[in-house]
Unconditional design. Structure first.
Length: 338
């Protein structure tokens, strides 16, 4: 069952622009130039129940505009969308009872209230009975380990504690779809990992569909099983994370430490990224040259240490971002646009 169906969504914004040489003139004030800027350009996708999806792209790619159309904040100029069988443009209030949102840079909690009082407040908004809201607060507080600060004013909480409470506040009405926008922004590595574990647990235990936007590759790689990349308002890639990593990461990084400095021959498919004394860092394109063949050109008897790793996923995603920005630059064959 698909919980989100988006078909040929388009949205443009009209922006006033001053004419050159007309700064401060009466004409520029009362008759400004209007420029139409497309934010989303005919995208279509669906999301299955219980799926964990990363919806990512560079700044200005159309991510936020798409989410606002999915949640009913904005209406599409063209196309249509359904979330849980509800048209957000017609029944936004009904949809609000079925979805939750967490924005890492925007607070929804009242900072002078405690998390407990905030949860009670949200329970009243969603017409949850006193008995039921107490049960839900108890369950979620245990799941997210809020016990030690449940009755501490939100303004006195750390950022990591606040984010955990923001997620709980969004789950208090048991939404079927949760939209997460940069949920780990500004958090230290330990807290980030804790938040990711809680999100995975929430998806596993409550079967909540996760729709994530993030610039943190760790969030994307560790939380999501599918990735949609958008740029310039269009979908550039829609693939499973497993397929992306297995089939698209054809370049390997070889880091070699030798007993003595050496000069390697030039080879098609192998590029020297860095050489400092006896340390070498090589990039091997396995579609052209096998790792074994590359190693044959290194004197294995002089090798002290060797490490083989994938090109970072972040690098691959950056290449996909750049496809729309520089269409004349042909990407490797592994990056096939949708």
């Amino acid at each position: 069952m698909n919980v989100i169906e988006a078909n040929h969504l388009s949205k443009s914004f009209h922006v006033k622009q001053k004419e050159k040489g007309m700064k401060g003139s009466i004409r520029s004030i009362f008759h400004p130039q209007i420029k139409e800027i497309p934010a989303v350009n005919g995208i279509s996708f669906s999301v299955s129940e219980g799926e964990t999806l990363a919806f990512i792209g560079p700044n200005g790619a159309g991510k936020s505009t798409t989410i606002k159309m999915l949640t009913g904040i904005l209406y599409p100029d063209e196309g249509n969308v359904e979330v849980l069988g509800i048209d957000p443009t017609k029944k936004r209030k009904a949809l609000a009872y079925e979805i939750g949102t967490v924005f890492g840079q925007k607070e929804q909690l009242w900072t002078h209230l405690t998390p407990y009082d905030n949860f009670r407040f949200f329970g009243a908004i969603y017409d949850i009975t006193d008995h039921e809201i107490e049960q839900r607060i108890g369950t979620l507080a245990d799941t997210f380990d809020l016990g030690t600060f449940l009755n501490t004013p939100v303004r006195n909480l750390s950022l990591g504690q606040r984010i955990r409470c923001e997620i709980v506040a969004s789950l208090i009405h048991r939404p079927k779809v949760l939209f997460l926008d940069e949920p780990t922004i500004g958090l230290d590595p330990v807290v980030k990992e804790n938040i990711r574990s809680l999100i995975k647990q929430m998806n596993r235990e409550f079967h909540t569909t996760i729709f994530l936007t993030s610039h943190d590759i760790g969030d994307i790689e560790k939380l999501c099983k599918r990735i949609i990349i958008v740029n310039s308002g269009q979908i550039v890639l829609d693939d499973s994370m497993e397929h992306l990593k297995y089939h698209y990461l054809n370049k390997k990084i070889l880091e070699v430490k030798l007993q003595e400095e050496t000069t390697l021959p030039q080879m098609n498919g192998m590029k020297i990224l860095k050489q400092k004394g006896t340390h070498l860092k090589l990039e091997v394109d396995t579609t052209i040259l096998k790792i074994n063949d590359a190693l044959r050109h290194i004197d294995t008897e002089s090798v002290v240490d060797i490490n083989i790793s994938n090109v970072p996923l972040e690098t691959i995603i950056m290449e996909i971002y750049q496809k729309k920005e520089n269409p004349e630059n042909e990407l490797p064959s592994r990056l096939t646009a949708i």
